[in-house]
Design a protein around this ligand. Structure first.
Ligand SMILES: [Mg+2]
Length: 225
């Protein structure tokens, strides 16, 4: 009888210890600082829709406008380079619709709808460059196959005048963005232009030289090497 009681007490003690450690583990999880994906998505939507994103874009675009005002020179063949997605055109509606996931078929469809609006702050910067007679070049990571759709969307968004739209050739499709974009800027300089300003939302839009000044816009959604 006493033996059975001891066994019962031992089992109870082991069970209690297991429960105690499980509880400790559950509490311990609260100490681990891992961001929560659904909360981050909500933060990004708030950042975009509260006007904070637009404010930061405006601040950066104004820095670009100040550079143009100060450094434009009619005696020099000057150029400005713009990236397209999340710099000139705003695809936020696409990312929100697909809950920030990426699907190449859906992206292809979105691009052919030509409904991405202009990023207002950047459109101001673009208009300042055009007003000062600076040649506008767009360099995008989009493939050459997207030329027609891209041209239509740029026009619909208000980017009516530009010197050249540069898209990736077939042989550039696997090239890292920074290498592809800087090589294309080098070509622009070979044509005799001084690239006064290079504008993008990714560091890979801006790395590799061939521009006097750079402007980096915020992009809370994705990062491209
Ligand atoms: Mg971009």
């Amino acid at each position: 009888m006493k033996k059975n009681l001891n066994r019962y007490l031992s089992l109870t003690l082991v069970t209690a210890l297991i429960l105690l450690f499980s509880t400790c583990d559950a509490f311990a999880l609260k100490e681990i600082n891992i961001p929560n994906l659904s909360k981050i998505k909500k933060m990004i939507i708030k950042y975009k829709e509260s006007g904070d994103w637009a404010k930061e874009m405006e601040q950066q675009a104004q820095k670009g406008i100040a550079i143009i005002e100060e450094h434009h020179n009619k005696n020099v063949k000057q150029a400005i380079v713009f990236d397209i997605d999340e710099t000139s055109l705003d695809n936020f509606a696409f990312y929100k619709k697909y809950d920030f996931g990426y699907n190449s078929d859906a992206w292809h469809k979105w691009m052919h709808e030509n409904t991405a609006p202009a990023i207002k702050a950047n459109l101001k910067l673009y208009k300042k460059a055009v007003e000062k007679g600076i040649a506008v070049f767009f360099i995008t990571g989009r493939g050459e196959i997207k030329r027609e759709a891209t041209e239509k969307n740029l026009k619909a968004a208000g980017y009516l005048i530009y010197k050249k739209l540069i898209l990736r050739d077939k042989n550039e499709l696997g090239v890292p963005a920074a290498a592809y974009k800087s090589a294309r800027r080098k070509e622009i300089e070979r044509l005799g232009y001084e690239i006064l300003l290079n504008v993008g939302d990714q560091y890979s839009d801006l790395e590799g030289g061939y521009s006097k000044f750079i402007i980096k816009y915020p992009n809370p959604i994705y990062f491209l090497k």
